[in-house]
Design a protein around this ligand. Structure first.
Ligand SMILES: Cc1cc2nc3c(=O)[nH]c(=O)nc-3n(C[C@H](O)[C@H](O)[C@H](O)COP(=O)(O)OP(=O)(O)OC[C@H]3O[C@@H](n4cnc5c(N)ncnc54)[C@H](O)[C@@H]3O)c2cc1C
Length: 1015
């Protein structure tokens, strides 16, 4: 055993000895909280329901609501819980007011375990008690998620007041250790950076820093005058780089350059924590003034893992608990070895991590008064006491705030206390031995964890674009059977931001390019060029494309018809590989294509990237789907006969796409048509013809044969109409407006002279999408997601929210937060990162939307309209109307711009009736924490895509097959398992295989593709 390990064990055992003299009361058996924790640790389902109930409780005002939720959350308890819980719920129903009072009191009691005070006065009582115990403090203000600048300003003001209050009330207090007291001011305030600015966007750290600095400077200045300390807390990974940068920039300003009392957090669960810490130390040395680092493992482990998996990102956190422990120790060493410039604050409840820091400090000859240990209020009390007894400096992190804003904090603490892998549960609930708890975490990586803990996570297994699930579930499936979404670009990384900036410069330098038509593989110029304009700066022409007339349309049909024979008999595997090659090129040119979208259709960065990602996904997904359905499949196992169903392509397909998802929708329809063996004439929108031309280029590079895909830019009213009616066009895939869609539907229904096939129309049209906000909804989420759904990409997504239906019980609070959130949006030219609302597509749209705003003003109440808009460009101010009634035009007609109508309703019955009372059924949403109401909405909301407790835009290929019904479309689902069938004709071949009464025993489930000549 190394001498360091021996030292760690010695110190650890000493701590445990002291701890065992005062066992941890929160893990003992008495009391409501203790019982809840014990039950939660026994049953995962109970734990989930229990934490969800706690989460909603504070927002419920009436006793009846509390009892109703209680019943809904605990009605389906299983196992041994059922009788106890059911009796409790029954009793609660008999006397609702009494039971809700008791529940509230108990849950408030739980919250009080972790929240040090309701307000600054209240917290002083706690701080005074701790002073008696020689424990210092850092105070943190709890708050709801900040969704507007008004809320951010209020938080900033509360921080300043708290600072003054603490300084005033602790006048005369001294450091409990005494030695090296100048490093550790008594007054210590922890600041949550995201609460100071509501529009933080990872792509735009400079923008965030520009907004945050003026709010933080007065706080830092005042702290300096008062001799206080300010800590920058660390939150999710998305904000990490901005927070680090902000800290360095502010602390390097002349005013603060020699001020040593600022600190920041490093999270050891992050894979890049060491690089960040070393960078900070280098910065600190150059600055020449001490600063502090609070080293923690990190509070957002589950969130980071889920978020990265959802977006296909490399997971920023370690996946094995001992890896975080090992890293914590490695970073402890980095901190202590650089003690001359950085003061360490170890934020851990884990006795092994603590003992390691102590032993290492001793080994390096660092006096125990030169660093400190920090703990959360209400956690690991006996460990705190033990360290004080051992002569270490201990500081407690004391959250201040009311119950409602404190709920998310409370739930985080409950999770931490009940975590299978956490130290506190292992020590105080599972009573794992000291020897086990003090083991070197290096020995536990890839090995065994605490006794009774679940199977350890495997080492991350790098796959195409992320990590394989550690439960191993999907690893069992053969690789070819796995469809994975391509990752989004993560703009949190500086390299991603720089690549996007470079792409924007390059694309701008190539403005004015001209693109030909492509027919039968030939580049064709006509005497007309269609310009495509930058909607943010209409005097800029992004590029041109040759404009087709009827003669070119005829040539394209002929080319496609001629190419069909061979392409339809090309194996599906070859066709699938074409799509995969196109996907690889899209991926290679990703930034360039996104940049082009920023200019051509006014998409903000992340929206543009999402569009390219979706195009890549369509290619992979349809290639994958084609492989699943491509082989003839036995219809039934029956002796003496074999009958196989397989698919033939329909013929010549016409693809007419919109400009709002200029790459994704165009590429989706084209790739589906191609992979199924149809030949294609693609007509992009006139407003996004550069993107259309790019897609043609990409498919040409991928090797699409001449005539199989033809690029035809031109006017919808001229060539579009001509081709729809053409006898040689068999299939029309259209996405766009209701007016044009219905025209196509009707026209395609007429059979023309010489027509071979009944034309098949795949028709996706608009929506008048509604989101219902229930009276118990979590407004932190409902507001952010409603604002994003309504105003993201200027409301120009067919899925965009345009009717917000709010139950009256919650109406005033929703509106207050919603209007302030809308007023905080960043509107401007999306070339700049961090812009959420850019221009609408063109002048016609601009005028039409303004007309609707005028209609809205005459019908309803204008509750909000943005004011500061760029002087040029087609910018429409985000606009919100209230007092809207279901029969008003702004509540019925699709506006396709940043205009939101708010409808107030009595109850959920009325909400559903209003939501369903339109011609459309595309997307719909519901925010609620009532399990029963959620079930009801799932069953009754009329929309092709229903989203619960999230935004109603942003469908992901394969995950959210997308498309609506009623006047929103023909019921097809792009990105869904049955989409390709729309492009195919089913064909069945039946063969009698009996000869003189003899037949094979069994017939294979699948056959090779029927191709002639066979390959
Ligand atoms: C005073 C104080 C201030 C804090 N401030 C912040 C802050 O600003 N920002 C912040 O993010 N956190 C902060 N934390 C940390 C956080 O809230 C948790 O308390 C801390 O991560 C728990 O670690 P531990 O060493 O006490 O317990 P342990 O039980 O040893 O470790 C639990 C931690 O391990 C990590 N973990 C759990 N499972 C896995 C896994 N499968 N793979 C890899 N890692 C895993 C997680 O970080 C988890 O929190 C703070 C903690 C304290 C005490």
């Amino acid at each position: 055993m190394s001498s360091l390990q021996a030292q760690i064990e010695e110190r650890g055992e000493r701590i445990f000895d002291l701890v065992d003299r005062h066992p941890e009361s929160i893990f003992s058996k008495a009391g409501f909280y203790q019982r809840m924790m014990a039950l939660s640790m026994r049953d995962e389902h109970f734990k989930v329901q229990m934490f969800r109930f706690v989460d909603v409780l504070a927002s419920l005002r009436r006793s009846g609501d509390i009892v109703q939720h209680l019943g809904e959350y605990f009605a389906d308890m299983r196992d041994g819980f059922a009788p106890v819980v059911h009796t409790g719920v029954r009793l609660a129903r008999i006397v609702p007011w009494l039971s809700s009072m008791v529940l509230r009191r108990n849950v408030s009691g739980m919250a009080r375990q972790f929240i040090a005070g309701k307000n600054p006065d209240d917290v002083m009582k706690t701080l005074r008690k701790r002073r008696q115990q020689n424990i210092g403090f850092t105070v943190d203000l709890l708050g709801e998620a900040v969704v507007s600048e008004k809320e951010a300003d209020a938080y900033t003001a509360r921080c300043s007041e708290l600072l003054e209050h603490l300084a005033r009330e602790t006048r005369g207090w001294t450091d409990p250790v005494g030695k090296n007291r100048e490093l550790f001011p008594v007054v210590n305030l922890s600041v949550k950076i995201s609460a100071l600015y509501s529009q933080m966007n990872p792509a735009d750290p400079a923008g965030a820093i520009a907004h945050l600095s003026p709010k933080l400077r007065p706080i830092l200045r005042r702290a300096r005058e008062l001799g206080a300390f300010i800590n920058f807390d660390m939150e999710s990974y998305a904000h990490k780089n901005t927070t680090l940068e902000l800290f360095k920039i502010l602390c390097t300003e002349t005013e603060f350059n020699n001020w040593p009392h600022a600190g920041i957090v490093i999270q050891a669960y992050l894979r890049d924590a060491e690089a960040d810490l070393r960078d900070l130390i280098e910065w600190g040395r150059a600055r020449g003034t001490r600063f502090t680092v609070r080293l923690v493992k990190g509070a957002y482990w589950d969130y980071e893992k889920i978020k990265s998996r959802q977006n296909g990102w490399d997971c920023p956190v370690y996946l094995q608990k001992p890896e975080s422990d090992v890293n914590f120790e490695a970073l402890t060493r980095v901190l202590l070895e650089n003690e001359s410039i950085v003061t360490a604050a170890f934020g851990s409840h884990n006795v092994r991590s603590i003992a390691h820091a102590q032993a290492l400090a001793e080994e390096l000859g660092i006096d125990r008064s030169r660093f400190e240990f920090q703990f959360l209020y209400g956690m690991a009390g006996p460990v705190k006491r033990a360290l004080v007894e051992m002569g270490y400096r201990v500081r407690e992190y004391c959250p201040v705030g009311e119950l409602l804003p404190g709920m998310s904090y409370l739930v985080r603490r409950l999770l931490e206390n009940t975590s299978n892998e956490g130290f506190l549960r292992a020590k105080f609930s599972e009573h794992v031995s000291a020897a086990q708890l003090l083991r070197d975490p290096n020995e536990l990586v890839n090995g065994k964890l605490w006794p009774g803990s679940p199977t350890p996570a495997t080492t991350p297994n790098r796959k195409r674009d992320g990590y394989a699930p550690e439960d191993g579930a999907s690893l069992a499936a053969p690789h070819d059977d796995i469809y994975e979404n391509s990752p989004l670009v993560n703009f949190v990384y500086k390299e991603s931001q720089e690549q996007m900036q470079a792409a924007l410069r390059d694309v701008r330098n190539r403005f004015g390019r001209k693109f030909p038509l492509v027919i039968n593989g030939e580049k064709i110029w006509t005497d007309k060029l269609t310009p495509s304009v930058n909607p943010s700066a209409p005097n800029e022409i992004v590029g041109y494309a040759a404009e087709a007339g009827i003669p070119e349309a005829e040539r394209a049909v002929k080319a496609a018809r001629d190419a069909f024979g061979k392409w339809s008999r090309t194996s599906f595997e070859e066709r699938a590989q074409l799509l995969e090659r196109a996907a690889a090129i899209l991926d290679r040119r990703r930034y360039e294509l996104s940049a082009l979208e920023v200019f051509e259709v006014g998409k903000p960065w992340a929206e543009a990237d999402g569009d390219i990602r979706e195009a890549i996904d369509f290619c992979h997904f349809y290639a994958h789907q084609m492989r699943l359905i491509g082989r003839p499949r036995l219809t039934q196992q029956v002796p003496g006969e074999e009958s196989y169903q397989h698919y033939w392509p329909r013929g010549v397909g016409l693809v007419i796409a919109p400009w709002n998802f200029p790459m994704a929708i165009l590429c989706g329809m084209v790739s589906a048509a191609l992979v199924t063996g149809n030949t294609v004439i693609m007509k992009p929108s006139e407003q996004s013809l550069n993107i259309g031309a790019m897609l043609m280029e990409i498919f040409e590079e991928a090797g699409v044969p001449p005539g199989v895909l033809n690029f035809l830019n031109g006017r919808g009213s001229v060539i579009g109409a001509h081709l729809v009616d053409h006898k040689d066009v068999d299939l029309i895939a259209f996405t766009g407006s209701r007016e044009v869609g219905l025209g196509i539907w009707e026209s395609a229904g007429k059979t023309r002279e010489g027509q071979r096939e009944l034309k098949h129309v795949i028709c996706e049209m608009g929506g008048k999408n509604a989101m219902i906000v229930d009276s118990d909804a979590d407004l932190d989420e409902a507001i952010v997601d409603s604002i994003y759904s309504a105003f993201g990409y200027q409301g120009q997504k067919c899925s965009a929210l345009s009717r917000l239906i709010v139950l009256e019980g919650n109406y005033d609070r929703v509106m207050e937060r919603l209007l302030n959130a809308a007023a905080s949006l960043r509107v401007g030219n999306p070339e700049a990162p961090g812009i959420m609302v850019g221009p609408v597509i063109d002048e016609a749209a601009y005028r039409r939307i303004l007309e609707y705003i005028d209609i809205g003003k005459s019908e309803a109440t204008l509750a909000y309209q943005a004011k500061d808009l760029p002087p040029q460009g087609f910018f429409i101010p985000p606009t919100i109307f209230t007092g809207v009634k279901p029969d008003m035009r702004i509540a019925r007609e699709e506006i396709f711009g940043p205009v939101l109508s708010v409808l107030k309703v009595r109850d959920l019955d009325e909400a559903i009736e209003v939501a369903n009372g339109t011609d459309y059924a595309l997307t719909g949403g519901f925010f609620s924490r009532s399990p029963a109401n959620i079930e009801r909405v799932k069953a009754q909301l009329e929309a092709g895509n229903v989203y619960i407790n999230r935004s109603c835009t942003g469908a992901i290929v394969g995950r959210h097959p997308f498309g609506g019904f009623k006047m929103s479309g023909g019921g097809t689902k792009a990105g869904g398992a049955d989409y390709l069938l729309q492009f195919l004709l089913p064909h069945v071949v039946t063969e009698n295989i009996m000869r003189h009464g003899f037949a094979p025993e069994e017939t294979p489930q699948y056959r090779d593709e029927f191709l002639w000549p066979p390959r």
